[in-house]
Design a protein around this ligand. Sequence first.
Ligand code: C2E
Ligand code: MG
Ligand code: MG
Length: 750
Amino acid sequence: MGNEQEFQDLLQHIAPDPDELHQRLRFLGWRQTDNERLSRCAQRAEHANQHFVDTLYQQLADYPAPAAILGDPATTERLKQRQADYYRGLWQSPLDEAYVLERLRIGWVHQHTGVDLKWYLGAYRLYLDRLLGELLGSSVASDCFSSLIKKVFFDIGLALDSYGAAQRKALQDSEARYARAMRGANDGLWEWQLEQDQLYLSERWIRMLDLDRDSLSPTSQSWFSRVHGDDLPGLRQAIDNHLRGLTPFLNHEYRIRRQDGSYLWVLVRGVVEICSGGLRRMAGSQSDISQRRAAEEQLHHAARHDPLTGLANRARLGELLQQAMQRQQRPGAREAALLFIDLDRFKLINDSLGHQTGDRVLVEVAERLSHCLRPGDHLARFGGDEFVALLDDLACMGDAERVAQRMLDNLHVPLKLQEQTLAISASIGIAALQESGQPLDPLQAADLALYRAKSAGKAQFARYSNELQQQAQRQLELQNALAQAGMRHELHLAYQPICQLDGNQPQLIGVEALLRWQHEGRVVAPLEFIPCLEESGEILAVGDWVLQQACSQVRIWQRTGQPHLRCSVNLSSRQLQQSDFAARVADILQRTGLPPSSLVLEITESQLMEDSAQNLACLRELASFGIQLALDDFGTGYSSLGYLKRFPLHIIKVDKSFIAGAPQDTESLAISRAIIGLGHSLGLAVVAEGVEKQAQLDFLTSEGCHYAQGFWFSRPRSPQELQRLLSGEDCFDGLRSPQDEGKPTPEVQT
Ligand code: C2E
Ligand code: MG
Ligand code: MG
């Protein structure tokens, strides 16, 4: 039998509203007089009622279904008593709200007990039949009416059959539709009565996890005990949020354990409903989302890893870095470091052996670098030929240096790729993940250290220091300031005389143009800022300007009394690499009017090395115009005699470091002597640089060196100062002023 709560729930669906009751009674023609009439006759019916109950129960006992419900004699007696009470009430009780409620309750009890409607109807028919006889007695009319009642009740039964069948059919259809939809959606269903902790799970819900219903208890334990430990708090929170009205429905993804112990990703959706009595019931669906999850995870992985090497990519490195930085904040955290690794000359491998080989090298390098790491460290491909290693939990930064050294050693072993053996090397920058006073983020710091390792000759590691950063900062400031130097007219040229040593007195035969930068009240030396100009590429524009300026100035001096004065200009290798450089020089010569034979272009050995094919072509073209080419700072670089033959050179300049040692230092002396001899035997003019003393000059003269340059004769001078020398107004130490009466007054260009 159902409980009271169930009946109360049911009432919400069946209790007709007052209007409906009113309509029903009106159609039945029920009036107050009916009530009174029945009450008046109640006494007369009393005996018939009792008699009828006996007859009814006797008759019911003949049919197995009602007989089974009647049960033992005591129950039957109790039921009969209730039945008699009911008939009494039928005559006496007013047709009020309590009466309606009681009838509904009895109907519900009977339905629950399994009393079929036909017994109900049959009993009423019998009752009416009995009461008809009792009240009217037997007559042809009452017999006829009795027959009519039988048929009417039979008809009512059939009508109820039709109504009921139609309703059941509609319900079945809707259930079948629902079941089909559910099968199509492939979702499991659940319903959970929270207060009673009763859980209903659909067949699909259970099969999704390969479980069988018998092994599950009908409580929420069957559900929650299978949820992945990491996901349970989240699921509970999501349910709680919904119950507290924070979310319109439950919608949560989590992992749940299958029969075989593996976990399945599912999406649970549901909504709570408050039932009568304030009890809460949640119901919803659960779908298998493992395929979607797997695809998402694959995408997620692909987005954070490099497809070539399988290493973490830059995005993933960012995450790892952030986590490592957070770990660094914790008290007692040990050191952590970043290694920024860049292959040396990788572009050469790619360009000369093809990208496929390049790729294989990268895979092999990734492998070798990985071998140098401990579990817990991470290696990422930052891009191209750049890798970043994140080393965690180090005792000291020295450990990071040891790892870097191990990497260099591992890479040093020649790489065998089928038909080729390749020598590879890398440069590594090291930075601590967290260092007090470090203004850069660790990646920038490691990158800066890498830059230092590269510029110090590659195939080595360098560690970040604040001093390094300050240097870089200064460099940057310098670069910024330099970028505007041209516009602000801060660049100018100084000219240093070059002398011929034949005869008694050294004779000024040329000048070397030397670039000066007047910056914030001081003159910045070219060695400080020319590398900057080269790096930014601005050396091209500045170089053009120097050439133009020097040629033009020397041409003026030529026209005003020094017709044979030569003009030496220093070149940067980047200038030579321009394919139209020779044409540009020709253009400048043409515009300034300086004869090509008056121009000397100075190149250093290291510049010649950089891209010899292009350099060679360019130098040949320049030489073909009649321009003189000088090899500057000879002896400081590779001093390859090959260059002297291969390139169309006319002059070699002995570096000042050898002259500085002469004549006391025998080694410098020997080298200077050898270079001078070499120059002569190759038919090249030799200029000695950096002559500061009479003794050096004497030595050079005795060696037959024809040309010299140095502070002994003159420091580099402004054009105005030099002009005073040329015009005889001034005279410098060691240098005879080339005064010549009657010459036009020399000028200085402005
Ligand atoms: P360099 O071409 O070898 O120029 C000679 C350098 O030696 C100059 O230094 C000059 O001031 C210095 N010097 C001359 N006589 C003496 C001496 O007796 N003793 C000492 N100790 N030094 C002496 P500076 O002007 O600082 O130039 C340095 C270098 O900068 C030059 O070396 C040249 O390679 C480069 N440079 C200068 N101007 C230019 C330019 O316009 N373009 C390019 N690309 N490089 C330039
Ligand atoms: Mg020079
Ligand atoms: Mg030099």
